[in-house]
Design a protein around this ligand. Structure first.
Ligand code: SF4
Length: 292
């Protein structure tokens, strides 16, 4: 199998969602009425009961199925197909959380993927139910599904941010053309989503992967920092070196690995890149201070 191109409309939710509901139920949802957590299901790739790198503390990590992006360094191409995975209800997932809940006293639930915001109704109802139980909630997303002009999407998003404690947002590239080269998508929705979260006081951790020849330009790293510096709700910055661990999965799936020519990036390069990003952040913050 060759490297897959994304289809154009993959940000449509693949599972049960309000567009697919009977009209009267959709109206009820749109009026903000309760949604039955036993009836709302999502497509799930896998679960991790003891996650330590997906947000604060030890976490129950839910990997959702489906992603419209095609990042060249993706470790999980088996999450791309929005029609794959296992269908599970919100109630089933929370029952699994409850069965190990003593682990998560200082952690919570993280929903990652794939792209969790591909299944907005499911994600919203899941985190609403988690919040009712006092669970810390985190979404790990690339922000690509953000569509400010889509009233249905924004309806769910405005509900979702009320019950989300933290968004871990991947910014893959600050330059649009390079973002397209790396992911097959524009970064417009991603940057707009970061601004939206910031305006709505949602805490963010920003993550950025350093890939030789793609994200190693110092000026672009500073430009990324300059953008992040304008966001007041960024609480952490994680800069990671590219590694080729995902390659085995491509081989197993009979797919060609697009970064075959690259070696794992030495950690020092990621540390140096972080310094460049921080320079950009400081520059932006100093300008904001001067103009305030
Ligand atoms: S956004 Fe994540 S899951 Fe989707 S292609 Fe990129 S790395 Fe893979």
């Amino acid at each position: 199998m060759s490297f897959q191109e994304p289809s154009t409309n993959q940000c449509e939710e693949p599972g049960r969602h309000s567009a697919g509901m009977p009209a009267e139920e959709r109206l009820a949802v749109e009026r903000g009425q309760e949604t039955d957590p036993g009836a709302v299901t999502g497509r799930i790739h896998s679960l991790e009961t003891y996650g330590t790198v997906d947000g604060p503390g030890v976490r129950f990590v839910i990997f959702t199925q489906g992603c419209p992006m095609r990042c060249l360094y993706c470790h999980n191409p088996d999450t791309w197909d929005p029609k794959g995975g296992t269908v599970m209800s919100v109630e089933e997932l929370l029952a699994q959380y409850e069965s190990n809940k003593s682990y998560y006293r200082k952690g919570g639930i993280t929903v990652t993927g794939g792209e969790p915001m591909l299944q907005m109704e499911f994600l919203t109802v899941l985190l609403e139910e988690a919040k009712k139980r006092g669970i810390h909630t985190c979404i790990d997303t690339a922000g690509i599904c953000f569509r400010e002009g889509d009233s249905k999407f924004m309806y769910w998003l405005n509900r979702l941010i009320r019950v989300t404690d933290l968004v871990m947002l991947d910014i893959k590239h600050i330059e649009d053309a390079d973002h397209r080269r790396l992911t097959k998508h524009s970064n417009g929705p991603v940057l707009a989503f970061a601004r939206f979260l910031d305006q709505n006081d949602v805490h963010m951790w920003i993550r950025h992967v350093i890939v030789e020849g793609y994200t190693t330009d110092q000026k672009e790293q500073q430009a990324l920092g300059y953008f992040i510096g304008g966001l007041k709700n960024v609480k952490a910055l994680d800069v990671l070196p590219y590694h080729s661990m995902g390659k085995a999965k491509y081989d197993a799936m009979g797919m060609s690995y697009p970064l075959e020519h690259l070696y794992d990036l030495p950690n020092e390069k990621a540390v140096a890149a972080k310094q460049e990003i921080l320079k950009g952040i400081r520059k932006k913050r100093a300008e904001m201070l001067k103009n305030s």
